[in-house]
Design a protein. Structure first.
Length: 103
């Protein structure tokens, strides 16, 4: 009986959760060779204030803080939503690290 737990940012709608559950259930059942009824998917909404990656707190990016308040301000302005802002910030941090530059 596979159990899949997904942590993602708070704010995704019920239809998004339903689609995620359906897709994960289908894939896990196929790969594990078990009936879909045996697959459990748990979706946990996490407030961006409790989420960070690459040294960047997600709520800082989501709040639209001024560039002086963020470690990677260049990524916040071009993002479409909270997930995009954070992904862009992490990508910016990785790019900066790869180039050897100091943020």
């Amino acid at each position: 009986m596979p159990v899949v737990t997904v942590d993602w940012w708070k704010g995704n709608g019920r239809s998004q959760r339903a689609e995620l559950v359906a897709e994960l259930t289908s894939s896990v059942a196929r790969i594990a060779g078990c009936p879909q009824e045996a697959v459990t998917v748990i979706v946990r909404d996490v407030d961006p204030g409790y989420w960070g990656k690459g040294g960047v707190m997600a709520d800082t990016l989501v709040s639209g803080s001024s560039p002086e308040d963020t470690e990677h301000p260049e990524t916040v302005e071009n993002a479409d939503g909270p997930g995009d802002a954070f992904a862009a910030a992490v990508a910016g941090a990785a790019s900066t690290a790869a180039s050897g530059a100091t943020p």
